[in-house]
Structure formats: C-alpha cells, structure tokens
Design a protein around this ligand. Structure first.
Ligand SMILES: C[S@@+](CC[C@H](N)C(=O)[O-])C[C@H]1O[C@@H](n2cnc3c(N)ncnc32)[C@H](O)[C@@H]1O
Length: 308
C-alpha cells in the first residue's frame, strides 16, 4: 500500500506491477481491493478485465474491458482501504480517523500504541502517519483478529511499520518495554478506564491519549480516571455530512420519502457564442446526503500531567 523506496519516500508515482494491490473503482459506493497477478482476470457487470493489461499503467488509470466497459485502478490509500476492508469488528471511519491523527499529533517518526486492533482500519492510517521511520504497536486480545490484521498489513505493504501483539490490555496494561516511550496512545476498548493507569506509564512527557467510546457513560468513567494522571481532557463527537452535487431540476430530485434535506440551487452561467455570460435554464443542485453517518462514538483526548 505504501511503497517505501530506498529513498524512504512514500509515493504512488510509479506504474502498476504484478503483486500490487489496487482498488478497483466502479463508482463511489462500489469498490473492491484486487491483487494484480499474472493470469488474473476480473469479471464484473462491465465485462472481463485482464490484469496483464494493467501492468505499466499509472495508479488512477481508466482501463477498458473487451466489451468497452471501464473501471479505474486506484492506489490503495488508507482512506480507500477503510472503505473496502473486511469488517471483523466495528471500525473507525475517515471523519474520526482524521480527527484522531491530528489531535494525537502523530507525525513521521512517532511511536504509537493502540488497543484493540479490531479490523485495523485506524491502524492503517496511523501507520502512514508515522512512516517512514516511526512505528505502531497495536494489541488485541483476540488471537484470530490479531492474525487477520497481520495478514492485512502484509497485503497492504504496511508490515514494516506495524507490529501486532496479542494481549489483554485492560487486564495487563501495555508491555513494560514501552515504558516512557510512546508519543501517543489510542484506545478502542469496552472499558478504557481500566487501561488508563498503564497508558500514563507508557507515554513520554507531554504525550497524548485518545479513547474512543460509543456511549457517554463510558466517557464519564474514563474522564474520572483520567483526572488523576492527565490534564487538558476534552471530548468530541465528529459528525460528517456528505453532499451530492448535480445538474437538473428540483422535480427530478425528490427523495422517495419526499424529504429534500438541505437543498441549494443556483443558475448555471455559461459563455454564449458572442462571448457574453448568460444565465442558462440549467440548475446546479446540492443536496445533503440522507445516508450521512450519524453518531459513531465520542473521542476523549487528554495530555499527560507533568508533576515536576
Ligand atoms: C471495535 S474493535 C476496534 C476497531 C478498530 N479501532 C478499527 O478501527 O478497526 C475493538 C477491539 O478491541 C478488542 N478488545 C476488547 N477487549 C480487549 C482487551 N481487554 N484487550 C485487548 N483487546 C481487546 C476486541 O477484540 C476488538 O477487536
């Protein structure tokens, strides 16, 4: 997923080769990961696509089937991977992930601890953020989930940036080898407050913790425990709205339940043959997507207290 070349540069500015993972894009709600192989063939409603025709193309290329249908071959970024990975657990999505990476102050070279690993959705973005010389140590007490996550990180090319351990973090805390070494810690556990005393020992001076919890009762319990070791404790809920923008008229865009949501329209302007700008009857409509993701969980951040 993240081709790390000898110059340690992360880039998809190279051509597709055998062994690469690509995201086959039909439309925004229809994508799937495919490993490019020598005799590989992809068959879908648009026709038959031979992998051999993809070799040497750039990520982002449009490729055609024998009957003229097309797909795009996209680079497997963490953003797209989160949308196509196999869900073995509940996962974090892009709105929460981007907020977490920013607020945990994760930059190249950081050491990040995480538990639980789950489906590795967040871990993938953490790995890219610490690359090329940082590391993510992620722990899950479920052996099979940890093994599947390891396989995924191999597949996506992230295994040199992530180590998956099997451990009961609520019961045992993080391993002593990380004492005072972590720049930041992320918890997505049912009872995160049980792991907080251990997190306080693992963080470097000024380190930041984030705990994700779906219920406010969990947040309250975490905040109570956090007060002993942490300062600057804040809780956020990130809500994401997506919009669909298209040309048309209002009548063509009634939802089946009659709800239009937030709808804005403006006349499209265009240049006529005499060079003057005119208003045309075409209208651009923008509608808030009714499928927008609502509540996922609360993100509680806190910074380690310095008692000196
Ligand atoms: C909701 S999932 C994490 C999803 C992950 N954040 C993602 O984005 O894919 C929670 C995970 O925590 C793990 N877990 C629960 N209790 C645990 C514990 N005491 N120690 C370690 N892992 C635990 C579960 O096995 C599960 O895989």
């Amino acid at each position: 997923m993240l081709p790390i070349d000898p110059t340690k540069k992360l880039s998809f500015n190279r051509c597709i080769m055998y062994g690469d993972l690509v995201i086959v894009y039909e439309r925004y709600d229809s994508m799937k990961p495919v490993k490019v192989s020598e005799n590989g063939v992809l068959q879908n409603r648009f026709g038959v696509f031979k992998h051999s025709n993809w070799i040497g193309k750039q990520f982002g290329s449009k490729v055609f089937s024998s009957k003229g249908g097309f797909i795009y071959l996209l680079a497997p970024t963490p953003e797209l991977w989160t949308l196509v990975l196999s869900h073995r657990t509940q996962i974090l999505y892009i709105a929460d992930i981007s907020f977490v990476v920013m607020y945990l102050e994760i930059v190249p070279g950081c050491v990040v601890l995480e538990s639980g690993t789950g489906s590795g959705s967040l871990t993938t973005s953490l790995a890219r953020a610490v690359a090329p010389n940082g590391h993510v140590y992620t722990f899950d007490f479920h052996e099979q989930r940890a093994a599947s996550a390891r396989e995924d990180f191999e597949r996506t090319g992230l295994s040199s940036l992530v180590t998956v351990g099997v451990r009961d973090i609520q019961g045992e805390g993080f391993p002593d080898e990380f004492l005072g070494r972590a720049d930041s810690v992320f918890l997505d556990l049912p009872q995160p407050w049980l792991a907080i005393p251990s997190v306080a020992k693992m963080l470097q001076q000024d380190g930041v913790l984030c705990a994700f919890s779906p219920c406010i009762e969990q947040v309250q319990k975490s905040c109570e425990t956090l007060k002993t070791y942490f300062t600057d404790i804040r809780t956020f809920e990130v809500l994401l709205h997506t919009y669909e923008v298209r040309e048309g008229n209002l009548g063509s865009w009634q939802d089946s339940d009659g709800c239009l949501g937030t709808l804005k329209s403006c006349k499209k302007r265009h240049r006529s043959t005499n060079g003057l700008e005119n208003s045309s009857p075409q209208t651009i409509l923008a509608r808030r997507n009714s499928e927008a993701r609502g509540h996922t969980g609360y993100l509680t951040f806190a910074r380690l207290k310095c008692d000196m």
